[in-house]
Design a binder for this molecule. Structure first.
Ligand code: DQA
Length: 145
């Protein structure tokens, strides 16, 4: 099973960036946790972080034929990117949307996701643990279908 994990803008700053909101775990530490958990599921992980919308659109387009499913934390692009939504619609790869913080408990502009209705489901608010919960949910769904 091939799973791609896509991380949007500013997630490279995790660990230092607003730790009261996002915690102190770095993205490299989260990647190691996800890779470790994926081994237990016999899943192969492709990992990408980009601060650029176009690079993420390219990565979504590349999912077709290269991934069975995806975990997506689109960060701020969650709330704004019609381009990301269109790319996800075009490829149709099953994905779980995830966030470290609970986006529904934050400012109004963060309470809407451009991609949530396209996702299998969403995990939001469990810090770094959101990645592991989302992985578990995605693997379960992919195995069942
Ligand atoms: C985030 C939530 C977004 O609103 C924010 O722009 C982020 C991170 C999260 O993981 O909690 O950069 O996606």
């Amino acid at each position: 099973m091939r799973i791609t994990v896509l991380n949007g803008p500013n997630l490279n700053l995790l660990g230092h960036r607003e730790p009261e909101v996002y915690g102190r775990t770095t993205l490299a530490e989260i990647e190691a946790m996800v890779r470790d958990a994926a081994r237990g599921h016999a899943a192969e992980i492709t990992w990408l972080q980009s601060n650029h919308e176009g690079a993420l659109v390219d990565a979504v387009q590349a999912l077709k034929g290269s991934a069975d499913g995806a975990l997506i934390n689109a960060a701020a692009l969650t709330h704004s990117s019609l381009a990301l939504r269109d790319a996800l619609l075009a490829v149709g790869t099953p994905f779980v949307e995830l966030h470290l913080s609970n986006i529904f408990a934050r400012e109004p502009e963060r309470r809407h996701s451009m991609i949530a209705d396209l996702a299998i489901g969403m995990v939001t608010g469990f810090g770094a643990q959101s990645y592991l919960l989302a992985l578990q949910a995605l693997v379960g769904r992919l195995r069942a279908t």
